[in-house]
Design a protein around this ligand. Structure first.
Ligand code: ACO
Length: 272
């Protein structure tokens, strides 16, 4: 476990867990926390973990940017303002492009930057009771630093603008219907549900997890015909990277009726 001042990082085999750890301040994102996250994500990337879970300590996921330390205090010194906020954009971008699967475990408050962290993760498991808000409008700005991009990419226009324009909150249960969360469970079941999701992911091959994300993201920018080309090229690249494991191990095993691909994964022998 790496103990940073505002972040706890645990690496256990293929799973990395990062806990935003300022519970007394509802895990709002201070300059120190931003710098800690830059380092923590670099650490996880170097370990090539398959899955990264981001969680919050105490009763919050994250109350967003530290409004005092990131905005109010450095405001009159533009150089300092930039210096303080740049690491935030750096780790948000790293998270958005992370090669491993990112899972947000949203236990409680998720405002502004906290909402954004969840939105840029691949999978979100939320407590039904968690409370989400784009509260920027409540103090006179619009969602910035990638927050507009992330809410606009997760919700339909009518829902997105309603929450951005009113600042009204929604629950984790509602977040599923709005496209912000993958699933919601009672808070008491949150740890167990995340463990189940992680177990499913860790059982899959590292290269295929990475490629699935990469091909999904790229395909969104292509025509159907372009995407067919791209998908097939990437398929052969994956095949090469894994020594054709899908044919030589998985489908050979299927031919011997050793597993049912519709219901389970093959036994990984070559997890590159
Ligand atoms: N920035 C700075 N300090 C914060 C933040 C924040 N975003 N959120 C909470 N805190 C501090 C509080 O000021 C308080 O500090 P204190 O103990 O020194 O008085 C402490 O954390 C605990 O907060 P409370 O308000 O007492 O906790 P409560 O559980 O009653 O309420 C809530 C939680 C609803 C999250 C409330 O703290 C709040 O509204 N926070 C701001 C949320 C927000 O709008 N964030 C900005 C999003 S926009 C963006 O990220 C760019």
């Amino acid at each position: 476990m790496s103990q940073y001042e505002c972040v706890d990082l645990t690496i256990d085999g293929d799973l990395a867990t990062v806990v935003l750890n300022r519970p007394e301040k509802r895990n709002c994102l201070s300059p120190t926390l931003h710098r800690n996250m830059v380092d923590a994500l670099n650490e996880v990337a170097a370990e090539k973990c398959k899955v990264l879970v981001i969680a919050g300590a105490g009763d919050a996921f994250s109350a967003g940017m530290d409004l005092e330390q990131c905005f109010l205090e450095p405001f009159d010194d533009p150089e300092k303002f930039n210096e303080i906020n740049q690491p935030c954009f750096e780790w948000f971008t790293h998270l958005r492009n992370f090669p491993g699967v990112t899972v947000a475990k949203v236990n409680g408050w998720a405002f502004g930057g906290g909402w954004e962290i969840a939105s840029i993760c691949d999978i979100v498991v939320a407590a039904e009771e968690s409370v989400w808000g784009l509260s920027e409008i409540n103090f006179g700005i619009f969602p910035g630093g990638g927050a507009t991009w992330s809410y606009a990419h997760n919700m339909t226009r009518k829902q997105a603008l309603y929450y951005a324009l009113t600042g009204n909150t929604l629950t984790g249960k509602q977040a599923v219907g709005l496209g912000l969360a993958t699933m919601a469970v009672p808070l008491a079941d949150l740890d167990a549900e995340v463990d189940k999701v992680v177990a499913d992911l860790v059982g899959k091959g590292r290269a295929v997890l990475r490629k699935t994300k990469e091909v999904y993201e790229k395909s969104l920018q292509m025509t159907f015909e372009e995407s067919i080309d791209w998908e097939m090229a990437k398929m052969w690249e994956l095949s090469r990277e894994t020594n054709d494991d899908w044919i030589r191990t998985a489908l050979k095993s299927f031919a011997k009726r050793e597993f049912k691909p519709g219901l389970q994964s093959y036994k990984l022998t070559n997890d590159v």
